[in-house]
Ligand binder design. Sequence first.
Ligand SMILES: Cc1cc2nc3c(=O)[nH]c(=O)nc-3n(C[C@H](O)[C@H](O)[C@H](O)COP(=O)(O)OP(=O)(O)OC[C@H]3O[C@@H](n4cnc5c(N)ncnc54)[C@H](O)[C@@H]3O)c2cc1C
Length: 389
Amino acid sequence: MIGAGTAGCALAAALRLRGWSGSITLLEIGRGPGGRTATRRSRRDPNFALNHGAPLFNISTSPEPRLLEPLRQGGWIAPFNGALASLDGEGRLGTAQPDPLSSGALWQGSPQMDGLCRGLLALAQQHGPTTLQSGTLVRALEPRSDGRCWQLYGSEGQPLLECSWLVLSGTLLAHPRCQTVFGWPEVPLQQAATQLGEQQLCTAATALSQIESTASSNLLLNLGEPAAAAWRQQLWRLLQFTAAAQERWGIRRVSLQPMASGRWGVVVESSAAFAERHLQVYGSRSSAAQVLGAAPAPEAEAQVIKALDRNLQLALGLSTAGADRQLMRWGAAFPQPPGLPPELSLCPDSRIGFCGDAIAGLGFGRVEGALRSAEALAERLLPLLRSGA
Ligand SMILES: Cc1cc2nc3c(=O)[nH]c(=O)nc-3n(C[C@H](O)[C@H](O)[C@H](O)COP(=O)(O)OP(=O)(O)OC[C@H]3O[C@@H](n4cnc5c(N)ncnc54)[C@H](O)[C@@H]3O)c2cc1C
């Protein structure tokens, strides 16, 4: 499986819940599981833990995904424990606005957002050999000529893994943005599809390559105890900016996150328009810079940080003096419709499947969609795995 975000980890857990005990390996670029529900940690500071992607998730429709109950039982998720509020274009606080990210039941990973993926992996590991290989970029996919397995290669062209079934839980290897980000001459999935020449896979690869996404430039603030005092007193923990407020300040949402030792984190999510204007600025401590070797641009980064920081203070009238500041740019934060038609999420003749929030259906573009797509794929994949087809 490529990717240990919500969908990859959920697929492993969903296969186990349905009785599959064969070997599962997850290959993940990041330092640990989580993907866009990851929690940023620090090697130097054990108390630092900030949810720099999704700060919560919502389940909008019942029945809820089956995986939720064992996650709750294991203490890996808990009801979201903060109040939501909104800010309008005049800087006035108001009640929370209905939006796709906050309808239905609200949950958070426990104790941090990455508890969600850690819990899913733990569920998978209880019932069969499940290996997470983190810090591993899959660079190329090669279907073997007998059509019975896939060979995966790393960034130096080294063989990583041979597997009888392959699942892509992220769209990176299927999308032309990998050419822009890494300068690769080809899109790996399209190359593999052309090599195999199988119709369904070719259609799926084309559909995945056409999925557009909006970006998010996130400012991460780490506030010590005295500086955090005014923030701690806010009645909200998640603040939505209305359309007018987004236009005025370039901010979409702000979350307040308590950390150990009395410190607080503030995560400022930019508007899609702001992120689009600063798409080339990654953030020197982001995984794009560290794992993918993207060139740092300290001046441009300082300007983006300054702009978001200034607008935050203007919008809320709260000071950020003394905060440690970092930038995290999510190049593909939210996929845009229509997404991959669910019937293309499994290509049995090519022994490949797809899951993640880019699969069309309930919860599209959200954690709910990542969970539901994984459960749906597990349901379809299991009979094929059992029959050894
Ligand atoms: C700032 C932000 C705020 C958000 N807020 C919310 C919210 O409030 N509510 C909500 O429901 N959703 C929210 N989302 C969306 C939510 O995070 C995603 O819908 C969900 O996490 C998607 O999970 P996924 O497993 O499909 O994809 P991902 O989490 O992206 O997982 C894919 C994984 O695959 C890995 N990967 C990709 N290519 C390779 C490769 N070639 N080799 C190795 N590894 C690879 C990636 O590193 C990644 O970990 C937010 C997202 C962002 C960025």
